[in-house]
Structures are given as C-alpha cells and as structure tokens.
Design a protein around this ligand. Structure first.
Ligand code: FES
Length: 113
C-alpha cells in the first residue's frame, strides 16, 4: 500500500493531485464522503483530472467533454478513447492509502513516465 495523503487534505467535491507517485494519481472525496483514486492524467491529452469537475461518481476532464468513472475508470464519450486506471483505496486513521494498479497506464501522446 502506498500512502497518498491525509483525509483532511481533501475537499469534498474536489480532486487532489498526488505527484509523489508516478504517474500522478488524482484523489477525490465525493459529496457522499467516499474516497476514490484514479490516474490523474487524462488519456486524451495532458490534462489533470484532479482539476476536473466532479459529478456524482465521475469526473469530467477540464479540457474537453470526456468523463471518467471513479469506480471503473471507464470513459463515457470521446475525445478520450481509453479509460484510466482505478486504484483501490483504504482510509486508516485519517491517512489515505492506495494499492496502485499494476495494469499499464493509458497515457496520452507525448506524455511518458
Ligand atoms: S484532455 Fe481530457 S478529454 Fe481532452
């Protein structure tokens, strides 16, 4: 398990970019109090999904209209064609831990680790 941040670092309804891991991870605290972690970089272009708009359990990319599920990573519509990885999260004593996915990340063209 990888320590991502403190729960108190998160703002309900917003994302937080964690760049102490590679590739960076976006952590979200939903209005329902659930914590989710996905890859931060959109699969279409180099945009931070932590800067996107949270809508229920999905985040809309801040650059274009694609939206990613926080639970499955699936993308709902173009221009992004690939989903993002989802990382299993556990909150223990105010610390957000993640089991980072070992699946290959779908990074956009021009972005490398
Ligand atoms: S950069 Fe995310 S949909 Fe285009």
């Amino acid at each position: 398990m990888q320590r991502l941040c403190s729960l108190s670092d998160l703002t309900p309804g917003e994302g937080t970019r964690i760049d102490t891991v590679s590739p960076p991870v976006a952590v979200f605290l939903t209005a329902d109090g659930d914590v989710h972690a996905i890859d931060d970089t959109c699969t279409h272009q180099d945009a931070s999904l932590a800067q996107g708009w949270l809508d229920g359990c999905a985040v809309e990319c801040p650059l274009h209209a694609s939206s990613f599920s926080l639970t499955t990573g699936a993308v709902d519509q173009p221009p992004a064609r690939f989903g993002v990885r989802v990382h299993r999260v556990e909150v223990i004593d105010d610390v957000v831990w993640a089991e980072l996915s070992d699946a290959p990340a779908h990074l956009p063209p021009g972005v490398s680790l």
